[in-house]
Every structure is written in structure tokens, then in C-alpha cells.
Design a protein around this ligand. Structure first.
Ligand code: CIR
Length: 261
């Protein structure tokens, strides 16, 4: 079965996306759409079969599909986003998920639990869940109830003021984690080799990877060299407009795993 990625187009309301801090320059929706199209092509080059859902103008943040569903080995959890304006988004993914081969169950979450996929990082048999403004202890318990029986150890990671755990870390491949310098306690990921991303390129700590190739934001040469030194091929995509809405690379897709990382 090929690896699948689900994406959703950039809505015409994207300029009203949630932001922690107003961007230095306003979002250019057309430029963001061009960058999103390049991202979808990059996913295809990485080997993903991409299911492209149309933009939904009701949801300014709707392109950030990762936050709305967590999928592992046939189990999908439609989340309850911590951001109230995003609570309607997860159900819009149900049809796409239920149409996929290999998805056996689709679970949902009830208040007061909140969880966003940007807080969920799986590395091998562990699912790390960031605990902050978007994901709470009840959300963590829900993830544990859904994915624990599938063999994952679900571990909470306090993230303070960060938007999401994966703003500062992600896995480029088996046994490796990229971590933005100084962002997390060194012992956070036991038994995994950390590749440190310098502060000037901190946003490159969020990557999408498949089969030994790692997609990182354009303009991060030090991180690219570090990944190459660790044995990876590196591909880049410009996501500057997406970052203006606090987005990164992982958040633009739900990648349905077909192997173990
Ligand atoms: C939000 O604040 O919800 C969006 N503007 C950005 C979400 C980014 N999601 C992610 O990194 N997983």
C-alpha cells in the first residue's frame, strides 16, 4: 500500500488565520496558494499519494489538516482542537479518512479534552504529545486510550508557551529527531539521536520525511548539511507565507503511515 497524504487547499479567508504574533508583513493568499501547490508536488516527489481536499472558506486555518486527525495503524482520532475557531474542522476530514483502505476505526473526542495533531510526534513505538495551549491532559488521556492498545507508549511533554510540540521538533527518519536548539530538555526523547537545528534556522526543525528524503523549508543550509551528514537526502520548499500564519511543513498534511519510523 503506498503512503498517503491528505491536504486541504488554502481558503480565501487564510489571511484571517490564527497567529500568536501578527506577522511583519500581511499574508498574501495567492502567494500562499502557490507555496501550497509546490508543497503538494514535493509530497508527490517524496512518494506520497496525495488526496487533495478543496479549500473550505469557513475555516481560515483549514489547510492545517494535521491538527485535526491523528492516524496510526488503522486507527484515526478526529481531534477536538484547542482553538475554538477550529472545532468544526475535524469532521470535514471524516469522509476522506473513512474512504481509505486500512482505516478500521474513527474515534472522536469529547469536552473538556483538547488535542491538536501538531502536538503529536510519533517516533518508533512512542507517541509524544505536547501539553500546552492546544492540547490538555484530557486530550493526552484520549490519545493514550486510542493508541495505547495499538502498542504505542503515549508520553506527555510540557511545551510551555510553544504553539505546538512539532514547532520545535520532528523526525527525519528512524532513530533520529530534529530539535531546535534550546527548545526542549535534551532527555525528552530517550534512545533517539538528536540532530540540533540552530536558532537561526529553528523553523527547519519541522520536516516531512519519507524513505530517506527530508523536506525542509528553503533557506536553511546548515540544517540541510547536518541532515546530509546523517545520511539523508534533502529537498526544500518555500513556506514563508505559510509561516506567517504560524504554519510549518507537517501541519499541511496528514500522512498515513505504512511503515514504522
Ligand atoms: C493555528 O494557530 O492553529 C494555525 N494558524 C497554525 C497551525 C499550525 N499547525 C501545526 O503546526 N500543526
Amino acid at each position: 500500500m503506498p503512503a498517503i497524504a491528505i491536504t486541504r487547499g488554502i481558503s480565501s479567508s487564510f489571511a484571517r488565520a490564527l497567529v500568536q504574533h501578527a506577522p511583519a508583513s500581511p499574508i498574501d493568499v495567492e502567494a500562499a496558494r502557490r507555496q501550497h501547490r509546490a508543497y503538494v508536488e514535493a509530497l508527490r516527489t517524496l512518494g506520497f499519494g496525495v488526496i487533495e481536499l478543496p479549500a473550505d472558506d469557513r475555516f481560515p486555518d483549514g489547510c492545517f489538516v494535521e491538527d485535526c486527525a491523528v492516524v496510526h495503524e488503522g486507527r484515526a482520532l478526529l481531534t477536538r482542537p484547542g482553538a475554538p475557531s477550529r472545532r468544526g474542522e475535524p469532521e470535514t476530514l471524516r469522509a476522506a479518512l473513512s474512504g481509505l483502505d486500512g482505516i478500521d476505526t474513527i474515534e472522536t473526542m469529547d469536552a473538556p479534552a483538547t488535542l491538536e495533531g501538531g502536538d503529536c510526534l510519533r517516533i518508533g513505538p512512542r507517541l509524544y504529545v505536547g501539553l500546552g495551549a492546544r492540547t490538555n491532559a484530557e486530550g493526552l488521556a484520549c490519545a493514550r486510550a486510542v493508541f495505547g492498545p495499538a502498542g504505542l507508549e503515549v508520553i506527555g511533554v510540557p511545551i510551555g508557551e510553544l504553539l505546538h510540540l512539532k514547532c520545535v521538533c520532528s523526525s527525519p527518519g528512524p532513530g533520529h529527531v530534529l530539535i531546535a536548539e534550546g527548545a526542549l530538555a535534551p532527555a525528552t526523547f530517550a534512545g533517539v539521536v538528536a540532530i540540533t537545528v540552530r536558532r537561526a534556522e529553528a523553523h527547519a526543525a519541522n520536516c516531512v520525511a519519507a524513505g530517506g528524503t527530508v523536506l525542509i523549508p528553503a533557506g536553511c543550509p546548515v540544517t540541510a548539511s547536518a541532515l546530509e551528514a546523517a545520511g539523508y537526502r534533502v529537498s526544500t520548499v518555500d513556506n514563508e507565507q505559510i509561516r506567517r500564519a504560524d504554519g510549518a511543513l507537517t501541519c499541511l498534511s496528514i500522512r498515513i503511515e505504512t511503515g514504522s519510523a
